[in-house]
Write a protein of this length. Structure first.
Length: 585
């Protein structure tokens, strides 16, 4: 299960995308793909209560309506998902605003699963001057009816669901778009290419680097579109033409990905907002019948200098958790594949490596084990595939850079020194910073549900016993001064290009072998709680070998070694206990 706390990725919700479909003598306009979602693929659960009025609405902007000037809106095409019961009747309407007076209405008795046509008592003729029209239907909730249906791509204008006249926008939940369409009659278009949505892969790019785009196009008319082209301009300057190599038949869709050059932007500024204009055209030069949906504009940022952002995954794990080997394999893959841009932190539960405050924070955030949180923004499964996916859609750039050093003085404390640089002047900056001590190659007896291979391959664990003695990496040993970090160390007034030095000293936690210890600094946006940047240091001055081992006051973990320096649970004779040589009978 995934919880979205914040959005790490660039939003891909379409602001003005819509779809058009045809029937005998009719054309339907809306945002779904003409399909009906089943009860398991997009309904909203919990719209209950006797005599509550449940409604579904979509908004058609004036820019779209202008292309249908002269056509008649004759009713509402309403889709109901498969359910055990349906409303007694549906009432459809259109209005000039969400809560405005209804300018055309109609009623349908005994609706069924699938598409239902609600015919208006009087059709409405589109003038082309409308600012917007809202199209919807409602029903009386006399029993539990889970019939609200979503399908196709999510649109910001296609996801309004209400109860007793109060509507909420569900587009942020990415269910798809409501199965609601307006029924049009008149002179049906023969050519209608549509840019349904467009987005940049990231929210910002470095000047001179190509800008990466994802664009969804479709054909909403009968004429086959062969090799349609997309013309691209930056700030009004034509820079690129993309050709789709193929044909789009009626209602075919295609998602195309391409890169456009940014060399035409030559201003000597640190950051510039650049407008990207897209225009979809017929390859043979034919005029599109509805040109208003052939264009799409968006804005991205070009920066003279950008820092690479580090992905931080804090993972809830434990020796008792047989599924947690999936996280061990995933974290190892990410650490080895992205050594400079990934920090993995194992937050242990129920075993000898628990850090109580970290464990408590993680337990409140996740629903099970293993589960992790990326940059404290997205809760995810710590499998290699899922972490790699979120890294691929995460904005790879940051306006902050963190360089970290650490040392252990004679008093056995650990001293962190972080140098932070910023690309912009910031007034009233609000950053917290936290420091984490981690250790690799720690012995543990790990439960292993992948033993025997019945659940498929898992990094070699399928060949290991159900209880396996292994060494694990990325284990959190302490976090300072707290999980949320300190709010007093990073200045509030930031000057671009300055280097700010942050120092913090703490008691060295329990470790097994100083040679395997490393540290990380987490720079946290205080307003959102998101980790915006991180730094790490794999070498710690003054910390070497088992002579640094000590007993941790918080956890009470006691570490014992034989005289050869191997960790043991108990023994007789000469041993090393908490860094001191002693004799045990």
């Amino acid at each position: 299960m995934r919880k979205f706390l914040l959005f790490l990725m660039v939003a891909t919700i379409s602001l003005f995308s819509f779809t058009v479909s045809k029937a005998e003598g009719k054309l339907y306009v809306g945002y779904c793909d003409g399909q009906i979602a089943t009860a398991s693929s997009g309904k909203i659960v919990g719209q209950t209560g006797n005599n509550a009025i449940i409604g579904e609405l979509i908004r058609i902007p004036g820019s779209t309506l202008a292309g249908y000037k002269g056509l008649k809106l004759t009713g509402v095409h309403a889709g109901l998902a498969t359910a055990s019961a349906y409303p007694e009747a549906l009432t459809g309407w259109i209005s000039a605003s969400q809560e405005g007076e209804r300018i055309a209405t109609g009623t349908l008795s005994a609706p069924v699963a699938g598409w239902n046509d609600i015919v208006f008592e009087t059709a409405y003729t589109i003038t082309g001057e409308e600012e917007e029209l809202w199209i919807g239907f409602e029903f009386v909730q006399s029993k539990k009816l889970n019939v609200i249906s979503f399908a196709g791509n999510t649109s910001e204008d296609g996801c309004w669901v209400g109860k007793n006249g109060k509507y909420s926008d569900f587009s942020s939940r990415n269910f798809g778009s409501l199965a609601v369409e307006g029924a049009l009659e008149g002179d049906i278009p023969e050519r209608d290419l549509v840019i349904e949505s467009a987005s940049t892969v990231y929210s910002k790019f470095q000047m001179g680097d190509p800008i990466k785009l994802n664009v969804q196009i479709s054909n909403q008319a009968n004429t086959v579109a062969t090799n349609p082209i997309i013309e691209v301009s930056l700030d009004g300057n034509p820079v690129y033409t993309y050709t789709y190599n193929g044909s789009l038949n009626y209602r075919d869709k295609a998602t195309v990905k391409f890169e456009i050059p940014s060399e035409s932007v030559t201003e000597d500024v640190d950051m510039k907002n650049v407008k990207v204009d897209l225009n979809l055209k017929w390859a043979d030069g034919s005029v599109d019948d509805i040109e208003s949906n052939n264009s799409y504009s968006l804005v991205t940022e070009l920066h003279k200098l950008l820092y690479r952002r580090t992905m931080v995954v804090e993972e809830g794990t434990g020796a008792w958790c047989g599924y947690c080997v999936r996280g061990l394999v995933g974290m190892k893959h990410m650490r080895e594949t992205y050594p400079d841009t990934f920090v993995g932190i194992g937050v242990h539960n129920g075993d000898q490596y628990v850090v109580s405050q970290y464990d408590s924070w993680m337990g409140d955030l996740i629903d099970g084990y293993p589960e992790g949180v990326a940059n404290r923004a997205v809760v995810l499964d710590p499998s290699a595939e899922e972490m790699e996916y979120y890294m691929s859609i995460m904005d790879p750039f940051a306006r902050e850079k963190v360089t970290l050093k650490a040392m252990v003085p004679e008093d056995k404390k650990i001293k962190f020194t972080a140098e932070i640089q910023f690309l912009n002047d910031i007034q009233n900056a609000a950053y917290n910073i936290a420091f984490v001590v981690l250790e690799d190659k720690l012995p543990i007896q790990q439960s292993n549900y992948y033993s025997g291979g019945s659940m498929g391959p898992m990094g070699g664990f399928e060949d290991m016993p159900s209880k396996c003695d292994i060494e694990i990496d990325d284990v959190a040993r302490a976090i300072y001064p707290s999980v949320s970090g300190s709010s007093d160390l990073v200045p509030t007034q930031i000057a671009k290009g300055e280097t700010y030095t942050v120092e913090y000293e703490a008691v060295l936690p329990t470790i097994v072998d100083g040679n395997n210890v490393w540290v990380a600094a987490l720079l946290i946006d205080r307003a959102t709680g998101e980790i915006v940047q991180a730094g790490k240091a794999t070498q710690i001055e003054g910390l070497t070998g088992i002579q640094q081992v000590r007993n941790d006051v918080e956890t009470g973990i006691e570490t014992i070694y034989d005289i050869q320096g191997r960790r043991i649970n108990s023994a007789s004779g000469l041993i090393i206990r908490n860094g001191r040589i002693s004799f045990q009978r």
